[in-house]
Design a protein around this ligand. Structure first.
Ligand code: ZN
Length: 150
């Protein structure tokens, strides 16, 4: 677990410093906003859905390092995936984040996202890590008419 903790710190710092897929997306077909009142994290997610696939994804907002890094990791992970695969990954990450700290997580189920399991050491920050995923889910499942706010 300590290896994963070290990696967790490293990955969070790296993605916070250089978030992947940061910004807006001119041709987005879905937009969703997420807010974590516990920490004050705000996230706006832009998704371009082409057929059944996440063809493009970007995010912006303001929040703590964990929320930003998690959004960065999430966008990297779901880009190019089908909507079904993205929702499946949401479920796997959700299971991982809610696994008790003294139990091993199924790293094979989530791939490199397993580093996020480190957040379980800080229970108040779990919502920071899950915010991007909940926002993704609402972006994917909402109807475009409702989700488009501009
Ligand atoms: Zn936060």
């Amino acid at each position: 677990m300590s290896d994963l903790s070290d990696l967790y710190q490293e990955v969070i710092l790296d993605h916070n410093r250089r978030p992947r897929n940061w910004g807006s997306l001119a041709d987005a077909t879905r937009t969703a906003e997420g807010f974590n009142p516990l920490c004050g994290d705000r996230l706006k997610l832009h998704v371009r859905i082409d057929g059944d696939r996440v063809a493009g994804i970007a995010f912006e907002g303001s929040g703590c390092a964990i929320s930003k890094a998690s959004a960065s990791l999430m966008t990297d992970a779901v880009k190019g995936k089908t909507l079904g695969e993205a929702l499946d990954l949401f479920d796997r990450v959700h299971i991982m984040l809610t696994t008790p700290i003294d139990e091993a997580v199924d790293e094979a189920a989530v791939g490199k996202l397993a580093v996020l399991a480190g957040v379980r050491e800080f229970p108040t920050r779990v919502k920071c890590a899950s915010l991007a995923w909940h926002t993704l889910k609402s972006a994917i499942t909402a109807s475009p008419e409702v989700a488009k706010t501009e």
